[in-house]
Each structure stands twice: as structure tokens, then as C-alpha cells.
Design a protein around this ligand. Structure first.
Ligand code: NAD
Ligand code: UFG
Length: 336
């Protein structure tokens, strides 16, 4: 099977490319390198010893994307390409709506034109808004609290409408919880631009001495220690979920939706402690006000993915922290 991976140079995409190549898939990557660099793909080739085509193409450029489909025939597309920073999406919403939605509309239109109607889409737990209870099941009410989340929700609706209009499509919508960690080799990992927004990249930069002190956003939530609780999932487990989803849509599944999480919630302070243990470093932190838009608790009920995909996250919290730390220590400046 030949797979096009949009956004394949990015964090989750690069890890998924490794697993796809190791599983014997042929791949090509399409990415505009807006939030990544080609070095990650070079390292994917080093890890796997396999080669593939890379197209530096923007999904907003219809003709260029169409040209990629003229050159190669794909059986399915895994669609990671998108902008993902919640705070930035509030500051520049039009760019987020245009990039994520128009990019996906272009992609689906071109896929249909070329008779490629199997798609795996990167959605997010953010589509559950502020859930009434946890763990979160796939049939919980959907809402979004920021433009980035809105684009995920809108794309989910677009993909469902697309299937209603043409049952030849098979689409897996994957709602990720909090991806962390890095490949065991230490060669690929998360390489955020500037000061990280997400917890684990921030913590690892404090541990390596690049940043002074972590601000813990709120310790007065109704959680076990007052700090926010999330479902952290190792990026290699998450990547593996995409291979399971590909197998599922190969069976004429229609539209399917799955949570990709572990089912276990850890607090911010749990994560700090676990990272200190894995790295042998002290992570200095201070309690700061709550971050606007944050919720107290968010973790998955992973039953549906386990039962229907055979998806089980196998990496432990210690694996997540150790692998992040190896990547951080070996690449203190990311891919630069
Ligand atoms: P990332 O930024 O590392 O990767 C996304 C890739 O898409 C980047 O390489 C970027 O250059 C590329 N891209 C963006 N717009 C493009 C366009 N118009 N044309 C071509 N390429 C484009 O992000 P990631 O963490 O790997 O996330 C992958 C996907 O998963 C995104 O859609 C993101 O919204 C979603 N997601 C991520 C998280 C998370 O916490 N990392 C959580 C939930 C969902
Ligand atoms: N946190 C801190 N200090 C920091 C950063 C984060 O205390 O410097 C806390 C947050 O308040 C939250 C937890 O750490 O309680 C996790 O925060 P992240 O920013 O790492 O992750 P979020 O759960 O806020 O959001 C992430 C992605 C979203 C995605 C969501 C679900 O950023 O895009 O996971 O997949 F939608």
C-alpha cells in the first residue's frame, strides 16, 4: 500500500512515517515545512534505512497538490498537516481557519478526483470542550473553545458530510489526547518553535537548563493535587494508532471515530515528578494563575479503540519521560 502523509515532517507525522516504513508501507510526504524542517525526514530515513519522496508543497496550493497526485498513485492519505497552537489561533484566527479548512478541502477534492478515498484525519480531544465527566467517550457532546479546536470540529463535520454524499469514502477520525515522548533512537522528537506552550517540552527545557522555571498554571482545580490532569500518550503509541486505523479503513468501514489515549490521567505535578526521576534533574517550578481556556481534567475512555482497532498504548509514563529526555539531551537545539 502506498500512503501519502501530509504534515509528515512534523512531530507526530515523522514518528508515524517510521512505523509505516518499518511495517512495509510505501510512503510519500507532503509538507510546506511551516512548522518543521527537512532534517526530521532525513532522520526518518536514517532510522529505517528506507527512502521515500518528499514534496515541499502547501496544501493551500491546489495545483501543486494536484501535481503530486498526478505523479504518484496513493491508496490512502494520513492527514496531519495543520496549524496547532491554541493561543496563536486566538490571535490569528483567519490564518488557522484558512490553513486548516481550505487545506483539507483542497486535499479531499483532489483525492476524490484521483479516486483515492481513504483518509485518516488528526483530530483532537479539544473537540470535547469542557466535558461534564471523565473518562471521555467518543459519543460525548462536541464543542470547541478556540479557533484551532473549531477547525478540528468543522473538519470532522465536513468529513462526515463528504461520506454521506459518497459512500465510497472510508475515513478514520482520530481524537488525540496529549502526545509526548520521542523515538527511542533519540533522533526524532518534538521541536517546538520558540518558548514551548505545552507542558512536557517546557519541563524538558527547564531540566536541560534552557528555561529557568516552569509556571504551573493553577493549583486550585478540583483534582487530586489541584493541578490540571491530562491523558499523556507516547507519540510512538499514537503513531501506531494510525497504522491500526489504516487497517480498519481498508475494510470498508465508512466514517469511524476513535479516541487515542491511555485512559490514565496524570496531574502537572505528577509529570514534574516523573520527569525529575527519568532525567535525574531538578525541575524548578512555581505556582502561577490558571491559563485561560484550560480545563481541570481530560482523559480518554480508550475502550472503543481497543475493541475495534486492537489499539493499546504500551509505553509507560517513565518511557514517555525517558524518551523525551534522551531527545532533549541529544538535541538541545532540536533539529537546528
Ligand atoms: P506539527 O506542527 O509538528 O506538524 C504539522 C505539520 O504540518 C508541520 O510539519 C507543518 O509544517 C505542516 N503543515 C501545516 N500547514 C500545512 C499546509 N498548509 N501545507 C502543508 N503542510 C502544512 O504538529 P503535530 O504535533 O505533529 O500535529 C499533527 C496534527 O495533529 C496537527 O493537525 C495537529 O493539529 C494535530 N494534533 C496535535 C496535538 C498535539 O498536542 N501535538 C494534539 C491533537 C491534535
Ligand atoms: N501547563 C502548565 N504549565 C505550562 C504548560 C502547561 O502548568 O507551562 C499545564 C496546563 O495548564 C495543563 C497541562 O499542563 O493542565 C497540559 O497542558 P498542555 O499545554 O501541554 O496541553 P493541553 O491539554 O492544554 O492541550 C494539548 C494541545 C491541544 C490539544 C490537547 C488535546 O496543546 O492542541 O492537548 O489533545 F487539543
Amino acid at each position: 500500500m502506498r500512503i501519502l502523509v501530509t504534515g509528515g515532517a512534523g512531530y507526530i507525522g515523522s514518528h508515524t512515517c517510521v512505523l509505516l516504513l518499518e511495517a512495509g508501507y510505501e510512503i510519500a510526504v507532503l509538507d510546506n515545512l511551516d512548522n518543521s524542517c527537512e532534517e526530521s525526514l532525513k532522520r526518518v530515513k536514517e532510522i529505517t534505512g528506507k527512502d521515500f519522496n518528499f514534496y515541499k508543497v502547501d496544501l493551500l496550493d491546489y495545483d501543486d497538490v494536484n501535481e503530486v497526485f498526478n505523479k504518484e498513485k496513493f491508496d490512502a492519505v494520513i492527514h496531519f498537516a495543520g496549524l496547532k497552537a491554541v493561543g496563536e489561533s486566538c490571535a490569528i484566527p483567519l490564518r488557522y481557519y484558512h490553513n486548516n479548512i481550505t487545506g483539507t478541502l483542497n486535499l479531499c477534492d483532489i483525492m476524490a478526483k484521483h479516486g483515492c478515498k481513504k483518509l485518516v484525519f488528526s483530530s483532537s480531544a479539544t473537540v470535547y470542550g469542557d466535558p461534564h465527566t471523565v473518562p471521555i467517550k467518543e459519543d460525548f457532546p462536541l464543542s470547541a473553545t478556540n479557533p484551532c479546536g473549531q477547525t478540528k470540529l468543522m473538519i470532522e463535520y465536513i468529513l462526515k458530510d463528504l461520506y454521506k454524499s459518497d459512500n465510497e469514502w472510508d475515513i478514520a477520525i482520530l481524537r488525540y489526547f496529549n502526545p509526548v515522548g520521542a523515538h527511542k533512537s533519540g533522533k526524532i522528537g518534538e521541536d517546538p518553535n520558540g518558548i514551548p506552550n505545552n507542558l512536557i517540552p517546557y519541563v524538558s527545557q527547564v531540566a536541560v537548563g534552557k528555561l529557568e522555571c516552569l509556571s504551573v498554571f493553577g493549583n486550585d482545580y478540583n483534582t487530586k493535587d489541584g493541578t490540571g490532569v491530562r491523558d499523556y500518550i507516547h507519540v510512538v503509541d499514537l503513531a501506531n494508532g494510525h497504522l491500526k486505523a489504516l487497517e480498519k479503513i481498508a475494510t470498508k468501514s465508512g466514517v469511524v471515530v476513535y479516541n487515542l489515549g491511555t485512559g490514565t490521567g496524570y496531574s502537572v505535578l505528577d509529570m514534574v515528578k516523573a520527569f525529575e526521576k527519568a532525567s535525574g534533574k531538578t525541575v524548578k517550578y512555581k505556582i502561577a494563575p490558571r491559563r485561560p481556556g484550560d480545563i481541570a481534567e481530560c482523559y480518554a475512555d480508550p475502550t472503543k479503540a481497543r475493541e475495534e482497532l486492537g489499539f493499546i498504548a504500551t509505553h509507560t509514563l517513565d518511557d514517555m519521560c525517558k524518551d523525551t529526555w534522551r531527545w532533549q539531551e541529544d538535541n538541545p537545539n532540536g533539529y537546528k
